[in-house]
Design a protein around this ligand. Structure first.
Ligand code: ATP
Ligand code: MG
Length: 414
């Protein structure tokens, strides 16, 4: 026998038994996001590498370690590790800044990151996300958080933790970064290698470190005091407090977490995550925030923006799995042409119907029907002659004769 080829490490098939869950996630996304005025956008799965280097930030783990990059015709291309950069590129390229604000977009699809595969972490995974362009007011931040919470509710996920923080603007953040660097200087040698790297390039990212020994350092009183200090300027503080007021008014529970800085470089002011206590260490289902300078950094006009992305695999693992749905009917007959005709009639009426394509014996067909369908629709010689169908309810074993012409409207009453 020929050698078997396996799925690539860190990727997974979504098998037929699981796809109904994915369909629910996608259907609810369309329904819920549409109610808030979001339109779906589908951008390519690969983009020029520079888009992510500039759009995600070249101090991030994503750009430094996790990108699937390849060359074609001397161009460097990359499989998208996230979709905000692609959506922003499309926003600029298609002149969406000319549309009346806000421009509200949503997307879903596969993302690619070369990470260590583990529970809740894959190399090809899926995100669903939203982006809102053109509104600097905190009402936009509140609306996207509300939208995330309501999408999760539509999936039966009511008890997740919303964490928020404000990173301020580039101006007020500068002083904070310097204070963090100063207070961590004596500890520099004790930081993990990643944090040593981040110290100069992107000191706020240290606070996000998952390494225990680093977390312990941030707990030291004199260091914690600096981390927890209020550093944001008046305008940023007002923006943040208005956001919190909206969330309070809307009844959205949240906690403030000063260590929440998010992995991507482009955020300013609001950042947030939604976490579950049932996911082990990969506990974030949603991450997002405001990114007012990204459109300009990627060559567009100054356009404020805010958005989020959710990991669909992590959502799936939180939702109880569905029972497999049975067919409405399985036709049992030794006359394939008649079975075909009846099946087509019922399928055109919207029922899920199958019949035997392999000339199996009547008894085998009945056995199959009882496994896969709610009703057996028996078309024997007598039934064909009398223009009837014998309908057997496979849950109750009740069997009745139904006039052939009425089958579509009556078989489910048996
Ligand atoms: P994490 O801290 O878990 O690595 P992140 O901050 O890198 O998350 P984002 O880039 O903000 O995540 O992506 C948003 C969401 O996408 C995450 O909250 C998570 O649910 C999901 N996600 C991110 N990376 C992966 C992955 N490798 N496999 C599965 N889901 C992922
Ligand atoms: Mg990550």
């Amino acid at each position: 026998m020929a050698k078997i080829i396996n799925v690539v490490k860190g990727t997974k098939d979504i098998l037929p038994a699981d796809s109904p869950m994915w369909q629910i996630l996608e259907k609810n996304a369309l329904e819920v996001f549409s109610r808030y005025g979001y339109k779906e956008i589908r951008t390519p799965i690969f983009e020029v590498t520079e888009l992510f280097a500039r759009g995600v930030g070249d101090t991030t783990d994503i750009v430094n370690k996790e990108m699937y990059t390849f060359e074609k015709s001397e161009r460097s291309l990359t499989l998208r590790p996230e979709n905000t950069a692609g959506v922003v590129r499309s926003f600029i390229e298609n002149g969406m800044a000319r549309l009346s604000a806000p421009v509200k977009l949503w997307y879903k699809g596969p993302m690619f990151r070369y990470e260590r595969p583990q529970a809740g972490r894959q190399r090809q995974f899926h995100q669903v996300g939203v982006e809102m362009f053109g509104v600097k007011e905190p009402a936009a931040d509140a609306e996207v958080i509300l939208l995330a919470v309501n999408y999760l509710k539509s999936l039966g996920l009511n008890d997740l933790e919303v964490e928020i923080n404000s990173l301020g603007c580039p101006e007020c953040r500068e002083a904070y970064k310097n204070k963090i660097k100063a207070v961590l200087k004596p500890e520099f040698d004790n930081l993990c290698d990643d944090c040593k790297n981040r110290y100069e390039k992107n000191p706020l990212r240290l606070l996000d470190c998952k390494v225990e020994s680093c977390k312990e350092i941030f707990e030291k009183p004199e260091i914690k005091a600096v981390i927890q200090s209020d550093f944001i300027c008046e305008a940023c503080a007002e923006h943040y407090s208005k956001l919190k007021n909206y969330l309070d008014e809307l009844g959205i529970k949240y906690t403030e977490n000063k260590l929440l800085v998010r992995g991507l470089d482009y955020y300013n002011r609001t950042v947030f995550e939604i976490k579950s206590n049932n996911l082990g260490s990969q506990n974030a289902v949603c991450g997002g925030g405001r990114y007012d300078s990204l459109v300009r950094n990627l060559g567009g006009e100054d356009t404020p923006a805010v958005g989020w992305a959710m990991g669909m695999e992590r959502l799936i693992s939180l939702i109880p799995s569905l029972e497999a749905k049975k067919l409405d009917g399985y036709i049992v007959s030794n006359s394939p042409a008649e079975a075909f005709k009846l099946a087509e009639e019922l399928r055109n009426a919207g029922f899920e119907v199958e019949f035997d394509l392999q000339n199996k014996k009547f008894t085998k067909q009945l056995e199959k029907a009882s496994k896969v369908a709610d009703y057996a629709l028996i078309l024997g010689e007598d039934e064909i002659k009398n223009n009837t169908v014998s309908v057997k309810n496979l849950a109750t074993s009740i069997q009745k004769s139904v006039v052939r012409a009425n089958i579509g409207s009556e078989f489910k009453n048996v």
